[in-house]
Design a protein around this ligand. Sequence first.
Ligand code: AVJ
Length: 322
Amino acid sequence: GSRVNAAPELTDLHPTPDDILGDVLAGLSQSPKRLPSKYFYDRRGSELFEQITRQPEYYPTRIELQLLADSAAEISAAVGPRAHVVEYGSGSGRKTRLLLDALDDPVAYTPIEISRSALLASVERLDREFDDVEVLPVCADFTHPVPLPRPARKAEHALVFFPGSTLGNFTHAESLRLLRAMRETMGERGGALVGIDLQKSPEVIEAAYNDAAGITAAFTLNLLARLNNDIGSDFDLDGFEHRAVYAREAGRIETFLVSRRAQDVVVDGHRFHFDEGEAMQVEYSHKYTDAGFAALVAEAGLRVAQRWNDPRDWFGLRLLRR
Ligand code: AVJ
């Protein structure tokens, strides 16, 4: 942030109730029914997600933080000086802090985050901690084109930062669209630093999405509470339960909200019937192989320029270039 005491100005493109309603009606009209995982992240959802990252079973965050700390010097050398860092889904900003600390004279930081409360809290702290980095926050759904703020000081290149294996929450087609958008943002000389959760024992993966304390279940169910609040739907939170299973062939966690009984839900005057045991799909979390990830980015016109894994090969960081 700047050395003077002005709070960074927020570009607020938060989805409107109509945006949310449109997505929800479209998803509930499909068979099987589905809801977009991006709507997990209201104030409460972002808080619950932070709690998930502290559960003993949820390994990705701990490993990625360690990997960022251990690889800081190599990442900095590979990225080069005076970057404009653009982060997709920045959340609490815990990983950002490590990256900005590692990089050589980063010029600006643009977090793009759908949760306004999480974004405001994280930029307030980062702006105070990094005097020489211009913080340019954008509250937006990063799956839609987002106009990038221009830093006052000229950056040498853009670095897209996409940690957390958030890419894994998207289908193959959606991932390609995102990677191609990142390729545009990067420009000719820029790069992207992407975190990917790697394939491993299904027991380990399933436990991470079914923590014993029930935080992930509360996180999944909060989606319904959030929709009730924001678009006036009448989901009965006691009428659904969390289910997360690892689909080996697809290499992904599939999370569902399962209807405990036959019931109807009304959304903006539209009635949707759920059978007893009907599973509504709410999130994917893809787990990657090295070859699978390299093939995916190649399809988007990118290549893996450098790679870092933890010692057990559970989680990886990949530097992508054109
Ligand atoms: C947001 C991608 C980091 O898919 O692992 C965690 C979200 N959902 N537990 C993931 C999530 C349930 C998470 N990321």
